[in-house]
Design a protein around this ligand. Structure first.
Ligand SMILES: [Zn+2]
Length: 128
């Protein structure tokens, strides 16, 4: 294989390569196999069916799928922002309470808020 797999571009999860993933063709219903890279956490995947490129060495198809997957991977700053925002959203949705007047209050830790702000600033280039 040509290179290591980058994390999932959607969730940052670990990616895995399957060089003989079975699939059933939409038209005709025949069974085939493909090279596929998929996220072990969220299930995002991309692949290429060997039968769609007759005569092409399988190794070339596998390398192309790996290259395509890695080209879609986000920068480390994007992963950091997604993790920070995920933490913030978790706190907003899980650390909340209703007062005796029926008003809804949410509690966010300063750390989670500052991490999200810092990560977003690094993505947008905004000044603090
Ligand atoms: Zn994922």
């Amino acid at each position: 294989m040509s290179e290591e797999l980058k994390p999932c571009p959607f969730c940052g999860g670990e990616a895995e390569l399957d060089t003989s993933q079975a699939y059933r063709a939409l038209s005709g219903g025949t069974l085939g196999s493909r090279a596929a890279v998929y996220c072990a956490r969220c299930g995002a995947d991309m692949g290429f069916c060997y039968e769609d490129a007759p005569g092409t060495p399988r190794e070339d198809i596998v390398n192309q799928v790996v290259d395509d997957w890695n080209r879609r991977a986000p920068s480390p700053d994007m992963r950091e922002a997604v993790e920070a925002l995920t933490t913030l959203i978790y706190e907003i949705t899980h650390l909340s309470a209703e007062d005796d007047k029926g008003r809804h209050h949410c509690y966010i830790s300063k750390d989670a808020l500052e991490s999200a702000r810092t990560a977003l600033r690094s993505l947008t280039g905004a000044k603090p």
